[in-house]
Design a protein around this ligand. Structure first.
Ligand code: PLP
Length: 397
């Protein structure tokens, strides 16, 4: 679907199956970025002349488009550097003050480092307790396990909507409903979900959401932090300076800007934000429902075909997303990735920043295929052909 929009495919040999790491970029993104740098490269929110006002309009248009994309209000969407930055800001800007020593955050062992390490740090500095919702035999989160793990001390549940190794889709709506009945807030790491499925923060009743533009055809160095207005208003600004204050006096009196601007100190990634606006329009045009349905079809096809490969171990056959994690028996995952590269096939090998999943998964390192709407069944056939190569072992050694 839409391969002609990606100039990188001018290389007819490229088989890119690593969109979970970062997606390919459509021409509309680079065009919008170069248009900004070549023709109206003024700062944002600072000038009273035409090109600066144009920047302001396009910058805020992206905020409007992103808000619509996730069904948030515009003042609930702040731009950050990436999902990691958004998650850290949520932890330090809100939860450091909100939580008391001894209170609990629940995560799982399949979370990405960016949704684990800030909580570990908060545990060290503030004495909160990090506990794990157990995964079932398919490495999924069940409501039964959520209910069993919550205690009187649980104040936050922080989960990826889709995890980056197992690729399971979590039942966020049921989790927020149960959590809110018990006075628990829910943080959702949307890095692998917002790019791949419709996400409606109002319908799901999510308290905080974090995601990265670069995993959804957008620029690197740009992330989104969504928070319900009532919580964003309680944020402590972590980075203070220009662009986020309305006034300050010599005696130390400061008046900060309204949300979300007071979370955006300093000159932002203007070109990236403007380019991201074009990308959000581009994704809306294709339709997130269509993207999700197409990826599901590709995934089902890939699982069916991969099962033909001798000695393959599939770790997440029962997951629902375009993430497929596997190994070939007796082959080190990185050796396999290097072998596939000989056939121009890009997959990711390693622990994928989910370093505490190893006990539940039964292994530390795996190969990961992660699909997006520009992938095809022919590419999956090429992967299967390379994996079925009777000389695979000799070629690796
Ligand atoms: C589930 C998940 N969360 C968070 C991140 C961090 O994203 P970024 O590196 O863009 O901050 C990733 C990146 O792979 C991810 O897969």
């Amino acid at each position: 679907m839409k391969r002609e929009d990606f100039l990188i495919y001018e290389d007819p040999n490229l088989i890119y199956l690593d969109s979970g790491a970062t997606t390919l970029k459509p021409k509309v993104l680079a065009d919008a970025i170069s248009e900004y740098y070549n023709h109206y490269s003024a700062n944002a929110h600072r000038g009273d002349y035409d090109i600066s006002l144009k920047v302001d309009t396009l910058f805020e248009k992206t905020r409007y488009l992103v808000s619509n994309f996730i069904h948030a209000n515009t003042n609930e969407v702040a731009f950050t550097n990436n999902a990691t930055d958004s998650l850290s800001k949520i932890v330090w800007g809100f939860f450091e003050d909100y939580l008391n020593p001894g209170e609990e955050v629940l995560i799982t062992k399949s979370e990405h480092a960016s949704n684990v390490l800030p909580w570990f740090e908060l545990a060290k500095r503030k004495g909160i307790v990090v506990r794990y919702i157990p995964l079932d035999s398919d490495l999924k989160v069940t409501m039964e396990n959520v209910r069993k793990t919550v205690t009187q001390k649980t104040k936050v549940i922080s989960l990826a909507q889709i995890t980056n190794v197992v690729g399971d889709v979590r039942p966020i709506k049921e989790i927020t409903s149960f959590a809110h009945q018990n006075g628990i807030l829910v943080v959702v790491d949307g890095a692998q979900s917002v790019p791949h499925m419709p996400v409606d923060v109002k319908e799901l009743d999510i308290d905080f959401l974090a995601f990265s533009a670069h995993k959804m055809c957008g620029p690197t160095g740009l992330g989104v932090l969504y928070g319900k207005e009532e919580y964003l208003r309680q944020f402590r600004p972590l980075i203070v300076g220009g662009g986020m204050n309305a006034s300050f006096e010599f005696d130390g009196t400061v008046i900060y800007n309204e949300i979300p601007h007071f979370l955006e100190a300093g000159t932002p990634n203007i070109a990236g934000v403007i380019g991201f606006g074009k990308v959000v329009e581009y994704l809306e045009e294709i339709g997130m429902d269509r993207i999700q349905a197409y990826e599901k079809e590709l995934r089902d096809y890939a699982i069916r075909r991969l099962k033909e490969v001798p000695k393959i171990i599939l770790y997440n056959e029962k997951s629902e997303s375009g993430i497929i994690t596997f190994n070939i028996q007796d082959v080190f995952s990185q050796d396999l990735a290097i072998y596939l590269n000989k056939y121009h096939i890009c997959v990711r090998a390693g622990n994928h920043c989910a370093k505490i999943l190893k006990e539940d998964l039964g292994i530390k390192n795996t190969c990961r295929v992660s699909l997006y709407f520009y992938n095809t069944k022919e590419e999956i056939d090429a992967l299967v052909r390379a994996l079925k190569n009777p000389h695979l072992m000799e070629e690796i050694i």
